[in-house]
Design a protein around this ligand. Structure first.
Ligand code: FES
Length: 80
């Protein structure tokens, strides 16, 4: 399953790098490297959202770095 994190300039300023490193860490901790692929994406056209744009499969989310752990546990793990 792919997790796409926007690395466009607006999301970059909001902390997409932190979101990516939090996901990387969580994927490693849960040993899900074979099942989850983290990818960077160009602007998703949702710069006006409060958080960083993230897509899991075709679903769009807006996350702040502090949300990643909870999001991973509930939304990502829930889909595996
Ligand atoms: S830069 Fe991320 S949605 Fe536009």
């Amino acid at each position: 399953m792919d997790i796409l994190v926007c690395v466009g300039s607006s999301c970059h300023l909001k902390g997409s790098r932190q979101v990516i490193s939090a996901f990387t860490q969580l994927i490693k901790e849960h040993q899900l490297e074979d099942r989850l692929t983290l990818k960077g994406s160009f602007c998703m056209g949702k710069c006006s959202c409060k958080g960083i744009s993230v897509k899991v499969e075709d679903d769009f989310y807006s996350l702040i770095p502090e949300d990643v752990e909870k999001f991973f546990a509930e939304t990502v793990m829930g889909r595996l």
